[in-house]
Write a protein that binds this ligand. Structure first.
Ligand SMILES: Cc1ncc(COP(=O)(O)O)c(C=O)c1O
Length: 364
């Protein structure tokens, strides 16, 4: 029987298993300590950021970055309408108000012009999401313009490890950048997140806030209201093992995307967003299909042993947010977007099988 191809599954190697085994027999206390510091250092080295602070998840990395930038009650934060819900819920968790902005059709990221129009006296920050590792070339200029208006830019680079914009790693262009290491991400520690920044003041605040607001563990003197947003060395051991083969992971992600692009080319009604594999490491393989064909195509793939997943909904229309407004691009892209199998475990035969099924569906 042919194996079911899931839309996503993590790849854990012998090296990862060995790293965990070595850590477990090392006498470590499991919680964060030297392995976590080494993981942070390896993220800095890879991205070119000066500082890095781990967090328990990508969501909490966003929360930590927002709080370290003093964002809270009465502040507005501009968020793209098409993103994972956590981008917006982190803002709510920080006590601030979400203002959604539409995306632009090229990169499927925040429409920077629209975001600038939405900046008001209450706008404290913009959360820029590099969706699937893409970003507009004008991002650095946008950050500069926001800064000149007193607006902080935090990058949600949860999906963007291994992706660059104009030669800079995503996450290092704004005031702070957040990564996720959940099971589906390019590097995974099961759950986990990180904030990178070049700003020593933000970094210093993050170190306080993630450890109950105190300067050091065991010295219970609380300078600010803080929380327990620590990581674990057990996870860091896996993360470090994966960072060591990140170049290989990046190559594999790009190869998978290129294979899909080759085998889907010329199929009517299947559009692949423009992706420069010189700078982008696609986290998932994303395609746009006719709105009416999307669910029937997913069903066709499913009955033939292939998983797929719909894009995120346009968040403003979800019951959790329910915010009125016009977001035509986010709505259109959301209704057409589909993620195809994207695991590092995929081989060429499997990619060809998925593309063959799509061709068969389109041919009717
Ligand atoms: C764009 C984006 N932001 C935030 C998150 C939240 O990260 P986590 O699941 O690690 O909390 C994700 C997770 O998929 C994401 O894709």
């Amino acid at each position: 029987m042919t194996k079911y191809i899931p839309q996503m599954e993590p790849l854990i190697t012998e090296g990862d298993v060995q790293a965990v085994n070595e850590y477990l027999t090392s006498g470590g206390w499991l919680t964060e300590f030297t392995e976590t510091r080494l993981f942070e250092k390896s993220i800095c080295e890879y991205t070119g950021a000066r500082f890095c602070s781990m967090a328990p998840s990508g969501t909490l990395a966003l929360f930590l970055a927002l709080k370290a930038c003093d964002i809270g009650r009465d502040d507005e934060v501009i968020v793209p309408d098409l993103t994972m819900a956590a981008t917006a819920t982190a803002v709510l968790l920080a006590g601030a108000r979400v203002v959604f902005a539409d995306i632009e059709p090229g990169t499927l990221c925040l429409d920077l012009g629209r975001a600038e129009q939405l900046i008001s006296a209450r706008t404290k920050a913009v959360l820029f999401v590099s969706l699937n590792g893409r970003a507009p070339m004008g991002l650095a200029d946008f950050v500069a313009r926001c800064r000149s208006r007193g607006v902080t830019v935090i990058e949600d680079a949860a999906q963007s490890l291994g992706s660059f914009c104009a030669g800079r790693h995503l996450g290092t262009i704004g005031d702070g950048g957040c990564f996720s290491f959940s099971s589906q991400k390019i590097v995974t520690t099961g759950q986990g997140g990180a904030v990178v920044t070049d700003d020593e003041e933000i970094y210093r605040k993050m170190r306080l806030l993630r450890d109950f607001g105190r300067l050091e563990g065991g010295a219970d003197h609380y300078l600010r209201v803080g929380w327990n947003l620590k990581f674990t060395d057990l996870q860091a051991a896996i993360g470090l093992s994966q960072m060591r083969r990140l170049a290989e992971i990046v190559d594999r992600k790009k190869r998978i995307f290129a294979l899909y692009r080759e085998h889907l080319s010329g199929i009517k009604g299947i559009e692949i967003p423009a992706t420069d594999l010189g700078s982008v490491t696609p986290w998932f393989v994303d395609v746009l299909v006719d709105k009416e064909a999307k669910r029937p195509l997913m069903e066709h793939l499913h009955v033939n042993g292939v998983g797929s997943r719909e894009f995120y909904p346009a968040l403003h229309s979800e019951p959790a947010f329910s915010i009125a407004g016009a977001f035509p691009v986010a709505e259109a892209v959301s209704s057409r977007g589909l993620w195809l199998p994207s695991s590092l475990r995929l081989d060429e035969t499997e990619v060809k099988r998925v593309c063959g099924l799509i061709r068969q569906f389109v041919a009717g």
